[in-house]
Design a protein around this ligand. Sequence first.
Ligand code: BGC
Length: 828
Amino acid sequence: MEQQKRYGHFDDQHREYVITDPQTPWPWINYLGNEDFFSLISNTAGGYSFYKDAKFRRITRYRYNNVPMDNGGRYFYIKDGDTVWNPGWKPCKTPLDFYECRHGMGYTRITGRKSQVEASVLFFVPLGKWAEVQKLTLKNTSQQTKQLKLFSFEEWCLWNAATDMENFQRNFSTGEVEIEGSTIYHKTEYRERRNHYAFYHVNTEIQGFDTDRETFVGLYNEFADPQAVIEGRPHNSHAHGWSPIASHYIEVTLQPGEQRDFIFLLGYIENEHDKKFSAPQVINKEKAHQLIAELDTTEKVDKAFAELCQYWDALLNIYKVKTGNPKLDRMVNIWNQYQCMVTFNFSRSASFFESGVGRGMGFRDSNQDLVGFVHQIPPRARQRIIDIASTQFPDGGCYHQYQPLTKRGNNDIGGGFNDDPCWLIFGTVAYIKETGDFSILDEMVPFDNQPGTEVTLFEHLRVSMDHVINNLGPHALPLIGRADWNDCLNLNCFSMDPNESFQTTENVTEGSKAESLMIAGLFVVTGKDYIALCKALAERIENGEFSTLNSQFLAAEAARMQQAVDAMIVAVEKHGWDGEWYLRAYDYYGRKIGSHECDEAKIFIESQGWCTMAEIGAEQGMVAKSLDACKKYLECEHGMVLNNPAFSRFIYEYGEISSYPEGYKENAGIFCHNNPWVIIGECIAGRGNDAWSHYAKILPSYVEEKYQTLHKVEPYVNCQMVAGKDAFRPGEGKNSWLTGTAAWMWYTVSEFILGIKPDYDGIRIDPCLPETAGDYTVSRRFREAEYEIAIHPNGAQKGVKQIVLDGKPIEGTVIPYSKGRHTVEVTM
Ligand code: BGC
């Protein structure tokens, strides 16, 4: 293969990705912050910060899809004689003598060197703090004294990121700031209903500042040549309206070899309404002073940074594999888990592809995300389940999205996505298996956040299942509603107005015969989970554990659901099989979708994934045939496409799916999210070689090299979509970071390939591996136990022969849970 240009490499020892050329094919970003205060940061320090909600509480401004790309961020301008440069190359783009960006776990370190001055900035959000630390270290590596002029720069967003971009008749008159010493305060709208402000501080005396953008940048200049920096002097401007910014000006003298730290702090504060002001018009800065005092020296900042690193050490120690294959180990031990935390935090709200103003948290998305995250911090997953369930309707339907700040269902999009309810079972079951905490089922949870409507979480699960059962179509298969997992398969939409959203326009569900085989498979999988949950809980109640439910009721529920699941299996076998694969759906008129009878899109991935995971028709050979069909028709060099062949024209009856050009997104793109479904299907069928070859095709570290240029997006995380074989440029990636792919890749590799599956009574060991796999170990912290598990595959793809626990052979494949340290030897 032709030698490709490289932009960076993994540094596993430090758990970092090291970018060595700032001109990556697309901004390669990282996330800072774990809870509450968050930042996005690109490899050239672009990006923005927000508190909890990227739409309603945006702290700094960002320009999406701009010219040049990635415009706006936290910028340091260093003026050394006549040369102005930035440590991260942008925005001045002055050629640097050295550049490096290290994206790590919750931090980014960007280092630039120019004319024997080195500037290294460490960006991170300390644990539990509402602030971004920017520790800038300036070093003079020359033999001469250096006189430098340093300008910092942040641009304030007027809080609501949506109106900030459009309501200029108001915005240009509301901006307000205060300046006190080395701190610039942003207090737009604080005089009225807001109880929050932000600040930008530096821990040294400043020689000037600017807070008015026009004065600092100049009306016809750019971030690349700000007027004040060019002139080499600040204007001490005080913003009144227009666009407030924060820029410190510091004169720095460095002796040969001398280095100096500057701690910049971007903070966010909330005050109680009656304590907002310390004098008329003057904000109460007490909490800001406190926060600053906690982080105003190198020692304090280094300590906070060490705490953040320890926090990640602990999180990543929960599940650790050693296979001797660094490409696999680094994804499992570092990047996949890291991406899971990020998607759990943000759902699909804020990335370089999601503007943060459009969507909040997805109902189905968040349930899936938490499966990738639950082993890390179970209490947060617990809270998330309650929040999600609180947006459900009494009939089991749900809001498709909710806002993280208000936790309220999003009326713009509403409900009617008929797969949504099943995901609540998926998420809750994962939580209980991880923690053994059945008490969550007794939590009282409202419907649609209405006080007085509270029922147990178990009842939410029950109505979720019922929502499917009560919405079956003419073939006794689930009605699809607005859409199922595939948001773009809009079989009841019939929109010809380009100004309408396919997702939110009124649906013609009345009298519709549109049914989904994907929901059918999902229902069987989650139905079996529901039955197992009922039985596990009943067993505990019989053993004297407390629950508001009783075991007779649970036995009846399990039996009722078994009937529904059996009926669904029969319906799929009878009406959902096309001869070589599972159908995808029936349309409004009851015509087949995803059949050899169709002109295009004869086969779809989603129903193959879910129906094989559900093992529907396995005995009749359906599962094996379906998996073979995926290999034959869907697989290509870069992964499995969503459907094949792609739609070449818009089909009014199908909605958004056929609106995409061939090979992109839901029209035959490689939607990485659903590849793991088929991979798990392969694992359940025991086909380890096939499972592995599908998995490695979309595993970032496996394709890192060839993807440095073709793929474009970050080579350390999965992206939502890679252009499929019908696309103009197959293999090109888009929409990185916030995708259900993260959780599904994790679930697949940790539980189905490596085979460590949390279960109600312990850990089930059931790997499915390629024949070539060697011995490996997994250390797994599980509840209050630690398991050191050594697996000897002996060339087998599947099938555990013997498990020896603490030196004694056990029956079956479940290691019974007990506290303490244990060693486990597994022979396949
Ligand atoms: C959405 C998911 C959806 C998927 C497929 C993603 O953008 O977040 O909810 O299942 O697209 O349409």
